[in-house]
Design a protein around this ligand. Structure first.
Ligand code: GLA
Length: 385
């Protein structure tokens, strides 16, 4: 009996000690997920300059490919609501095609994004004539703008959960008619929360004008055989800039309320695009600059593709955003892997200063003087809903 009691106590004690004592398992430290960057040759330009392609990856698997020619984003993957990553920007898969013909797919735009009326402006009493490459106007920096030059990589590194690529271009005095040696830098930073930050900076040695932007065409479905009319767009803008017949702003800041230009709350792009409206006629659809409400870094636009659930939010400290509904895409340019880019198969949301600012003193200035640093920032962030 005594013996029995002892055994029971012993078993009980053992049982308890097993229960209480935490099981000791070796702690395996898994490395924190990180970003990465790599590069490969992308061939030679027609004037024999070597072009590289950089691939920026973040910890989630978002991948942005950027070539040094034009600083072009050639491909950019984003997850749908089930976590499937797909390329959501229009582009090509070879340099020859970018050099042959492109409506600025994915490119950096400079020195002046958007139009300057008759390619002419006056600064410090000097009149400058820029090349006219859009009817009677100058568009996107001229026939050889920043989208068609090879940028120098000054830094490329994995950083935290993402990666950074820093590009520089020295535009000599009077290139494309613009005064001053302009040193431009653009830093692409892919972050761990599926955002691509684009930082623009520039300095000059003569008074000049600058307005840099990014010209990616998005189709959040990732299916380039479809158009963007089913995307839902919100613009933080109660005013927009009506244009004349050559797409130069008339100078008026017109209220969007009661017009097809009202995207203050989410609206399907196709809803009003075919409305009877003189401004839509002039743009052949949407091709206008909206005046982003407020100042400083703020949300300018949000796009949602209901089918995939992809959402793109664009924040910037720029005063304007050009919404272009891909009206000039006409089924002639090739989609890598087959097919062509059809009418409105992509949309652009170009954060920028207002078009033709050098000739419109009431618009926020685009003048840059020696000793000043031009500095703007735009963030493209992907989520799902
Ligand atoms: C800009 C312009 C459009 C068109 C495209 C490129 O967004 O506003 O009119 O020129 O670039 O095709």
């Amino acid at each position: 009996m005594k013996h029995h009691l002892f055994s029971i106590l012993l078993i009980g004690a053992l049982f308890l000690s097993c229960k209480v004592k935490p099981t000791e398992e070796p702690i395996v430290e898994s490395p924190a997920p990180t970003g990465s960057i790599s590069s490969v040759s992308y061939g030679m330009t027609r004037d024999s300059i070597a072009v590289e392609e950089y691939t920026l990856k973040n910890k989630n698997g978002m991948e942005v490919k950027i070539i040094t020619y034009g600083g072009i984003i050639t491909s950019w993957t984003a997850p749908d609501k089930d976590g499937n990553y797909k390329n959501i920007v229009l582009g090509y898969d070879n340099l020859a095609q970018y050099q042959r013909s492109t409506p600025y797919f994915g490119a950096l735009i400079g020195r002046y994004g958007n139009r300057i009326a008759k390619g002419m402006f006056t600064l410090d009493g000097n009149t400058y004539q820029l090349p006219k490459n859009d009817g009677q106007n100058h568009l996107h920096g001229g026939p050889k703008g920043f989208d068609k030059v090879v940028w120098t990589v000054t830094d490329s590194k994995a950083e935290g959960e993402g990666a950074v690529l820093k590009l520089k271009y020295l535009s000599p005095d009077m290139q494309m008619g613009y005064p001053g040696n302009l040193e431009a830098t653009v830093t692409y930073t892919l972050t761990g929360d599926n955002a691509l930050e684009v930082d623009y900076a520039a300095t000059t040695d003569k008074t000049t004008v600058v307005n840099l932007t990014q010209h990616s065409y998005f189709n959040l479905s990732g299916d380039f055989s479809t158009n963007i009319l089913d995307h839902e767009l919100t613009l933080s803008a109660t005013k927009y800039l009506p244009v004349d017949g050559t797409l130069i702003p008339t100078g008026e800041l017109a209220p969007v309320s009661g017009t097809p230009f009202d995207f203050t709350s989410s609206k399907v792009i196709g809803t009003d695009i075919a409305a009877e409206n003189e401004q839509l006629k002039r743009g052949k659809g949407y091709d206008h600059c909206w005046v982003v409400d407020g100042e400083g870094m703020r949300l300018a636009a949000s796009v949602h593709h209901p089918g995939s659930g992809r959402v793109l939010e664009i924040s910037s400290n720029e005063p304007g955003i050009q919404f272009y509904s891909g009206n000039f895409l006409d089924g002639r340019l090739p989609v890598p892997g087959g097919g062509t880019y059809g009418h409105r198969s992509g949309l652009c949301l170009e954060t920028q200063h207002f078009p033709d600012s050098p000739n419109q003193p009431a618009f926020p200035t685009t003048t840059l003087k020696p000793g000043e640093t031009y500095s703007t920032k735009t963030i493209f962030k992907f989520t799902t809903k």
